[in-house]
Write a protein that binds this ligand. Structure first.
Ligand SMILES: C[S@@+](CC[C@H](N)C(=O)[O-])C[C@H]1O[C@@H](n2cnc3c(N)ncnc32)[C@H](O)[C@@H]1O
Length: 286
């Protein structure tokens, strides 16, 4: 399994002063089972739910091509999110998360209704945040413009800032270099009130690595996995380039809405340069 810099998961987990990253090819349940108890500071993740496509047949050729075909580069394997498997996933998330920490789980509206209630069995659900993608996507009856993020805690922990809204407006990435690639800012919003530099951020469905870039921008280490070899290669190359150059090859421009205030995204802990990059006022793609 490829790993960054030969870094082992232990070295990533153990390094609180020099942020590192590791992405391995693995099923999420196998990956989480291999992590020690209480070893990560926050989980931010965007699972490949099968429910929406399987039950409503949204992917029937029109949205992402023939998504069930193995050689479809526009799509990826789905997580079999039956309630029993999803509960095992949540139990593992709870085990690896330190006490008094936060969890952010993305959902489409179908999966929220079918699986969202299970989150309560393992965590204290505090809010459901709306990601407003600004630009319309395809849709079933209605054109899709939002996704949902369940915010929950393990134990007690406040959000470090009091000014973060629960509707986040970041334009979706289009065209994207990886299917369903999310804006880095979306994950930064999850981290804004939930991490300090040196923390370990975990994402068991890494995809293109947007959550990893967000973690590095916050001065955090990152540990994640993906079932797809393509995702692992793509995300590792992206994180390497970001670390070496400060540029993000998969999202060269900030995803934000002109005139919208994003002051709440700035972090007190990471310095003016990083904040400038977070707010999209730093150096852009050359
Ligand atoms: C919705 S995408 C994540 C996109 C990512 N947030 C980004 O911004 O690029 C979900 C990812 O989960 C991966 N995946 C599917 N089943 C998985 C499993 N059982 N374990 C780990 N990863 C899986 C897919 O390969 C895909 O890359």
């Amino acid at each position: 399994m490829p790993e960054a810099d030969g870094a082992t998961e232990d070295s990533v987990l153990g390094s609180r002063h020099c942020p590192t990253f590791s992405v391995v090819r693995s099923d999420c349940l196998v990956f989480l089972a291999g992590l020690p108890d209480q070893s990560v500071d926050v989980i931010v993740t965007d699972p490949a739910y099968s429910g929406m496509n399987r039950h409503l047949m949204f992917g029937n050729g029109r949205i992402v091509g023939d998504y069930q075909s193995a050689d479809n580069q526009k799509w990826f394997a789905e997580f079999h999110d039956d309630p029993a498997t999803y509960r095992r996933f949540l139990e593992q998330c709870r085990r690896v998360l330190r006490n008094d920490r936060h969890l952010y789980l993305m959902f489409d509206s179908y999966s929220l209704l079918s699986l969202g209630a299970l989150v309560r069995d393992c965590f204290d659900v505090k809010n459901v945040i709306v990601w407003d993608k600004v630009n319309l996507g395809m849709g079933h009856y209605f054109r899709r413009r939002h996704e949902l993020i369940v915010f929950a805690t393990k134990g007690r922990r406040k959000i470090a800032r009091r000014d973060i809204p629960d509707i986040w407006r970041f334009p979706r990435i289009h065209p994207a270099r990886y299917p369903t690639q999310k804006p880095v800012e979306l994950f930064e919003a999850m981290l804004a009130g939930s991490v300090e530099p040196g923390d370990v951020v975990c994402d068991p469905f890494v995809g293109s690595g947007s959550s990893g870039v967000a973690a590095l921008r916050r001065g955090c280490s990152f540990i994640g996995c993906d079932l797809s070899e393509r995702a692992v290669e793509f995300s590792l190359a992206r994180l390497e380039e970001f670390r070496a150059t400060g540029r993000d090859p998969a999202q060269p421009r900030a995803a934000r809405v002109e005139g919208e205030s994003y002051g709440w995204l700035a972090s007190a802990g990471v310095g003016a340069r990083a904040n400038a990059a977070i707010l999209g006022v730093g150096p852009k793609e050359s």
